[in-house]
Design a protein around this ligand. Structure first.
Ligand SMILES: NC(=O)c1ccc[n+]([C@@H]2O[C@H](COP(=O)([O-])OP(=O)(O)OC[C@H]3O[C@@H](n4cnc5c(N)ncnc54)[C@H](OP(=O)(O)O)[C@@H]3O)[C@@H](O)[C@H]2O)c1
Length: 241
């Protein structure tokens, strides 16, 4: 039986990935903080193993990962959060929270598992299309995901000689509890099922950079090729509201 580890498996994209892999007969190591959700997964699926920990805490992450009873061949580092900056007013506590989860949480998760990566394994890092262009109010979130993307692309290069394949995922808007709280229009938003299908297909094909939904992410990537001055005008038009 194939094994996949998923961080952030208690909600949104990660939860959908966990359900889809479980229903396909994979052994799933589902990680998160939400104890209730983790125990309901464990009781509903005999092929589920759960690890409860906070990725912002390095020692707790190491301790929880050391309890893992199986050996994943696919490692999906998906846990993250999003908080927006209002009117360009920087808030160092907010930035720290977002970076602690999205960047240092990823570092803690990889640090505590990397000794178990083996030749042929897939390591999958969930970033965001927001790392490709400057988006309104995304000073904290976009910057954290730019750091995530850089880290993951560097690992792509350094882990390749060891036969470890790294994919970076760049989602557009996906309907999840993370985006439910957004009050602005989210163009071309897709379901968590769509996200899970796109990610699982990308993993199966070993696509190094997984973008979805294709139309929205293609538009943003095209904008990203233009001079910065034009980019700002176009993204403001695309994401008004
Ligand atoms: N939704 C979108 O439109 C979108 C777009 C681009 C990228 N993404 C990225 O996709 C990933 C998943 O997002 P989502 O929309 O599915 O969000 P979500 O529904 O809010 O789920 C976030 C998951 O991350 C876990 N998590 C957050 N902080 C954690 C912490 N400190 N320790 C352990 N686990 C933690 C949560 O677990 P607990 O609740 O159990 O703590 C939850 O399972 C994130 O990296 C996000 O940045 C999402």
């Amino acid at each position: 039986m194939k094994t996949v580890l998923i961080t952030g498996a208690t909600s949104g994209i990660g939860f959908q990935l966990a359900l889809d892999y479980l229903n396909q007969g994979w052994h799933v190591v589902a990680c998160g903080r939400n104890e209730k959700l983790l125990s309901s997964l464990q009781s509903a699926y005999p092929n589920a193993e759960t690890l409860q920990f906070d990725i912002t805490k390095a020692a707790e992450t190491r301790q929880a990962m050391s309890q893992m009873q199986s050996k994943p061949s696919v490692w999906i580092f998906n846990a993250g959060n999003c908080e927006y900056i209002e009117n360009g007013h920087l808030d160092s506590e907010l930035l720290r929270r977002v970076f602690d989860t999205n960047f240092m949480g990823l570092v803690n998760s990889i640090e505590s598992t990397q000794d178990r990566f083996e030749r042929g394994d897939s390591v999958v890092v969930v970033g965001s299309i927001s790392s490709e262009v400057a988006l309104p109010r995304a000073e904290a979130y976009g910057a954290s995901k730019a750091a995530v993307s850089y880290l993951a692309r560097t690992l792509q290069v350094t882990l390749k000689p060891k036969g470890i394949h790294v994919s970076v995922v760049y989602p557009g808007f996906v309907e999840t509890p993370l985006t439910d709280k957004n009050t602005f229009d989210m163009p071309m938003i897709v379901s968590a099922e769509h996200a899970s299908t796109a990610i699982r297909k990308g993993i199966e094909k070993r696509t190094p950079h997984i973008y979805f939904p294709s139309r929205f992410t293609s538009i943003l990537r095209l904008i990203g090729l233009l001079p910065y001055r034009w980019q700002n005008a176009l993204t403001a038009k695309l994401l008004k509201g």
